[in-house]
Design a protein around this ligand. Structure first.
Ligand code: DLL
Length: 427
């Protein structure tokens, strides 16, 4: 099933014409109503699709500099809803939606959710946090638009999730991948069976996750795991999501125009090579954003998708360019460590990177939990020296860096109800 067949299967010419027309409207709207864009987009600034790369970028620092409402294009009474990023570093970035923007959001969420298997009448267990974070309300409104029954479970204690999943038997689950794994683990620890709840699909996002985590989620809940991507600056979840083919995430590119640029040179990157995703909103009125540097690293998937949707597709997000760690001159992403760890079947998908920069030579330590079965077989952690050495060897080969590996007791690393904290820096 395709939610909006007309919009999702446009041919290339029609799609480009629609994007071009909407880009011109967006540039005109932003220029007329937002001082920041008026200064940066003179009346002579190009506004054709083929000239997009000539327009200046917008960065998170621009949003911060105009905190809280300085980039809004309508008066505050015409803003129907505010959301904000988590803001771990300083003030949050605030975003505003008109009623029409909320409609666009519902529409793109409905597309992504139907692509992942959601159907009218299905029950959805929504374990994304409700609040300023866009995850909970984004999925909530999308589910209502599809005609589903929503359980706004949010970030309740895992015992509550277990009860609701077992007793309500929802068709779908949505959560951050790390929280979903935490729920599954808590269910098993309490003698329950997460794969016995009758789930048909899970939708996960809001943080980077690897194919290894996908396997762990699919094993745990006994149903396919779909990747959903988005960011509050653009709209929230619903910017892109996987279909049943699971060969990249379809971008709702009649609403959000994607480009990939080289994060260092800012030049457009072609031919399916990896780079930083840049997004331009094409229909948002409350807070239009032109050429937003997401910081997220991905690549365009070439060719047509088997599902029939014709929108651009992007690969799983590798991480943010500012997630990159430099340890003794070696550049690495936590997602690379995750991919190496989760290729080892004896390990559970729970790990942490500890970068210690207090000495002249920085060190990287990786704490990871073996599965309970592995520990039991070995008669305790002390019996797993061989496993530890093997992981250290694999990491050295994959990263080109010697890493100290510590196996820690199952269920001892901190679990989160939202986005997992994978890296701890000691300075
Ligand atoms: O995380 C929106 C969202 C909610 C997406 C629920 C998906 C599901 P922010 O809090 O503004 O919004 O954080 C956005 O999270 O720039 C990425 O770095 C990261 N991110 C989001 N989705 C994914 C994903 C929401 N599927 C930031 N894979 C983005 C990897 C993701 N990273």
């Amino acid at each position: 099933m395709i939610w909006n067949r007309d919009a999702e299967t446009l041919d290339a010419g029609a799609r480009a014409r629609l994007q071009g027309a909407r880009l011109r409207e967006t540039v005109a709207w932003a220029r007329a109503r937002v001082g920041f864009y008026r200064d940066r987009l003179p009346a002579t600034a190009p506004d054709r699709l083929e000239d997009l790369a000539a327009l200046p970028f917008t960065r998170k620092s621009d949003l911060r500099a105009h905190y809280p409402f300085g980039l809004f294009a309508v008066r505050l009474p015409d803003i129907a809803r505010l959301h904000a990023s988590s803001g771990t570093k300083g003030k949050p970035t605030v975003v505003g939606y008109t009623r029409e923007d909320l409609d666009v959001w519902r529409e793109v969420m409905a597309r992504m959710m139907v692509a992942a298997g959601c159907r009218p009448g299905d029950l959805l267990h929504n374990a994304f946090g409700y609040g300023l974070f866009t995850g909970g309300l984004g999925f909530h409104q999308g589910a209502e638009r599809v005609g589903m029954t929503v359980v706004p479970a949010s970030s309740a204690p895992t015992a509550r999730h277990r009860l609701l999943l077992q007793d309500f038997r929802p068709a779908g689950l949505c959560a951050t991948p790390s929280f979903a794994l935490h729920i599954a683990e808590a269910m098993r620890a309490a003698g329950g069976a997460p794969d016995g709840c009758g789930l048909r699909y899970g939708m996960y996002g809001a943080e980077p996750w690897s194919e290894g985590i996908r396997r762990a989620l699919e094993d745990a809940f006994g149903c396919p795991a779909y990747d959903v991507y988005g960011l509050s600056e653009i709209i929230g979840p619903g910017v892109a999501g996987e279909c049943e083919a699971r060969d990249g995430m379809h971008v709702a590119d009649d609403h959000f125009l994607p480009e990939i640029v080289d994060p260092a040179s800012d030049a457009p990157v072609e031919g399916g090579r990896e780079g930083e995703l840049v997004l331009t909103t094409l229909t948002k009125r409350g807070m239009p954003v032109i050429r937003y540097r997401t910081g997220d690293l991905t690549a365009v998937v070439p060719g047509a998708c088997a599902c029939g949707r014709t929108s651009a597709r992007i690969r799983r997000i590798k991480g943010r360019s500012d997630d990159m760690l430099i340890v003794r001159g070696v550049n690495l992403y936590p997602s690379e460590v995750e991919a190496t760890l989760l290729a080892v079947t004896d390990l559970a998908p729970h790990y942490q990177l500890i970068v210690d920069r207090r000495e002249t030579m920085a060190t990287l330590e990786i704490e990871v939990e073996p599965t309970e079965a592995t520990v039991a077989r070995a008669g305790g952690l002390a019996g797993l020296v061989g496993l530890r050495d093997e992981i250290a060897h694999r990491l050295r080969a994959a990263l080109g860096l010697s890493v100290r590996v510590t196996l820690v007791a199952p269920r001892s690393l901190p679990r989160s109800e939202g986005k997992a904290v994978r890296v701890i820096e000691r300075r």
